[in-house]
Design a protein around this ligand. Structure first.
Ligand SMILES: CC(C)(COP(=O)(O)OP(=O)(O)OC[C@H]1O[C@@H](n2cnc3c(N)ncnc32)[C@H](O)[C@@H]1OP(=O)(O)O)[C@@H](O)C(=O)NCCC(=O)NCCS
Length: 482
């Protein structure tokens, strides 16, 4: 039986921490201005780099390059087949594609029905993980096996926590996830065995260990970088993944049924999204080279970290903080419109011209995950007395889509995506911002693992698209003549 450990801080502990602190605060890779003598040489090289002209943008059109692996209408190039999930954004009527409300199917089952089927029950994320990897909804007996394995694998050795998770702590927990996942390779008895049985074992380990790594890495960061009390609480067998995340994270370990349910639903909704999304495509690309599970999953985590992908949930949160600071009356639609217009004109916020949480590469009229999450955000806002804030989100949602379409002259509808409400939901669950994207990674792990297994079991070709060379061949110049 695992026991909760809350460290009381002895002198020895403090000395140990100080050692960690000194180690982690020492900057190994300084910025150019602090590089001393070599600074001038680096600046010289920087100028040389800036002299390179770059590729003539017209050539992309001339050679019909599918930038971002998309055609001119923004549709993804077909690069694979999958049975794991289906992202549907259009209806077919008389051979024509008509924009429709989006739907998402996991192994053929509508996610809306999966969420509905979880009413009054827990372990929704666990059932979803089972469905994604094994291809069918689990029976009670199936779940007994799965949950027994989950309880057993939701554990990290003290050695791994101390020597890997707690080392080199920093505020970017996605970076910690990548580092820790890669290091698990060293702790695995058969890291390079890519037979389906072994990859399944590794997948189950990763699905169940990632929440612990994320929470402990965050707690280490708070301790070593913010001087807060260190808490490493073990998960409890019998609890769902959602319950254990809240239990490990909260100082008092308490949470309400609704809080655990909402997190469970958020994990279900983020678990999978087809083979073409950036991080899952990364899983396919890296897996196709025949490399090990840890290398492949670490690469996918790196992809998810980007603000155009999983990192968007933090951008949405920061954008709303900015809106709250600048618009006094959250129900004043004119003031909100004017501020959103400034965001689109790159006059304010991060000056990128994007209203985060809006738009999707595939969905047209609506993103089904957003539709579901919004209702849970509403319930949670009522429980937490945050209905004013919820109303602000709704007001922005009502204005932003049409405004983006109009300003960017888009024919395609711009709907809110899953990230529109996810950060708000996480903040109502007292989940710190540093863990927003890691929660997405925890949720997406079964999706990545299912795709890795599908790639290994169905395809034996390395993914290798083409790049056309548009430079010029030139003669080699002897060194004394350059
Ligand atoms: C998600 C996203 C990358 C999908 O984009 P896409 O379908 O591939 O479309 P593009 O990025 O090519 O955008 C087409 C045009 O619409 C604009 N656009 C799309 N979403 C926009 C948004 N949220 N705010 C402002 N402009 C937007 C783009 O700037 C682009 O304009 P341009 O042609 O004048 O350059 C895009 O909508 C976006 O950046 N959204 C904000 C970030 C976000 O919420 N990401 C989470 C995704 S789940």
């Amino acid at each position: 039986m695992l026991e909760a450990k809350e460290h009381s801080r002895s002198a020895e502990d403090r000395e140990h921490d100080q050692m960690f602190d000194e180690e982690s605060l020492e900057i190994e890779l300084p910025g150019i201005e602090d590089m001393g003598e070599v600074r001038k040489d680096i600046e010289f090289l920087e100028k040389e780099l800036m002299k390179t002209v770059g590729i003539d943008q017209n050539l992309y059109l001339e050679y019909d390059v599918k930038r971002g692996l998309r055609d001119s209408a923004g549709k993804g190039v077909l690069t694979g087949l999958t049975e794991i999930s289906d992202v549907v954004a259009f209806d077919l009527q008389n051979g024509y594609k008509i924009p429709a409300d989006g739907s998402l199917y996991y192994q053929g089952v509508n996610v809306k029905d999966i969420v509905k089927g979880m009413e009054g029950r827990k372990f929704g994320f666990e059932e979803t993980s089972y469905l994604l990897m094994f291809g069918h909804l689990p029976s009670e007996k199936d779940m007994k096996h799965y949950l027994k394995v989950a309880d057993e694998l939701q554990e990290l050795s003290n050695r791994f926590i101390r020597d890997v998770v707690m080392k080199a702590s920093n505020g970017n927990i996605m970076n910690a996830l990548q580092r820790c996942v890669l290091t698990l390779y060293t702790y695995d008895v058969a890291p390079d065995d890519i037979t389906p049985a072994n990859v399944l074992r590794q997948s189950l380990e990763l699905i169940n260990k990632l929440p612990l790594i994320a929470v402990y890495a965050y707690n280490s960061y708070c301790h070593f970088r913010r001087n807060e009390t260190l808490m490493i609480r073990n998960p409890e067998p019998g609890r769902s993944m959602a319950e254990n995340i809240l239990y490990m994270l909260r100082p008092d370990g308490h949470f309400t049924e609704l809080e655990a349910r909402v997190l469970d639903i958020a994990l279900i909704l983020h678990a999978e999204h087809g083979g073409g999304n950036n991080s899952t495509f990364t899983t396919h690309v890296v897996t196709s080279s025949g490399t090990d599970t840890y290398s492949s999953i670490a690469a996918s985590i790196g992809s998810l970290k980007g603000p155009r992908h999983g990192g968007a949930n933090i951008k949405v949160q920061n954008m709303f903080k900015d809106i709250k600071e600048h618009v006094k009356d959250w129900n004043d639609k004119d003031a909100l419109s004017s501020y959103l217009s400034d965001i689109l004109d790159k006059k304010t916020f991060d000056r990128a011209g994007l209203i985060y949480g809006m738009g999707h590469a595939v969905y047209s009229l609506s993103d089904p995950r957003e539709v579901i999450l919004k209702e849970y955000a509403r319930s949670l806002a009522e429980e937490k007395g945050m209905t004013d804030e919820f109303a602000l989100y709704e007001n922005v949602e009502a204005i932003a889509g049409e405004m983006i379409m109009e300003r960017r002259r888009l024919n395609k509808n711009v709907c809110p995506n899953v990230d529109f409400y996810s950060g708000f939901v996480y903040s109502m669950l007292d989940i710190p911002e540093e863990l927003f994207t890691p929660i997405f990674a925890i949720a997406r792990m079964p999706g990545w693992c299912a795709h890795r297994l599908e790639e290994l079991m169905n395809t034996s070709k390395i993914i290798r698209p083409a790049y056309k060379y548009v430079g010029h061949h030139i003669d080699y110049i002897p060194v004394d003549k350059r």
